[in-house]
Design a protein around this ligand. Sequence first.
Ligand code: HEC
Length: 128
Amino acid sequence: MKAGIAFLASLATLAISLAAHAAPQAGDVTAGKAAFAACASCHQVGTGARHAFGPRLDGVIGRRAGTQAGFNYSPAMRKSEIVWSPSTLAAYIRHPDEVVPGTSMRFSGWAYSEQKLADLFAYLQTFP
Ligand code: HEC
């Protein structure tokens, strides 16, 4: 019986360490809001958000790229077949032209840390 409990406890420890390894860093919404300032000159989110120089970003995580009505995407974005997830979005923000060659987004966050991106995504996810 004791051995059984010890075995279960070690399984639990293993599961926790695996989860900690696989889980993305937890993002901080307040820090993410500050990070979004770099996007806000072109993108809107939240109540009443509209397409501006860039498309509105409400509900962006999980959406297929280049598919919102009323925004004039580049042909490259429309054809990209990307679905925005934390990993595809991270790659695009860091190197837009490499991920979507020919994109009209003139911005590069190549120096963004994993933490800054996680914060940004936590903030974006508050706008489903
Ligand atoms: C200088 C203006 C500008 C800035 C700054 C900018 N973007 Fe963009 N963004 C655009 C434009 C223009 C597009 C449309 C690109 C295309 O069609 O190729 C776009 C497209 C996107 C898309 C694709 C949306 C969709 O509906 O598929 C995402 C996601 C995105 N931007 C995120 C960001 C984030 C996050 C930031 C800040 C870290 C940012 N952008 C900063 C102009 C900008």
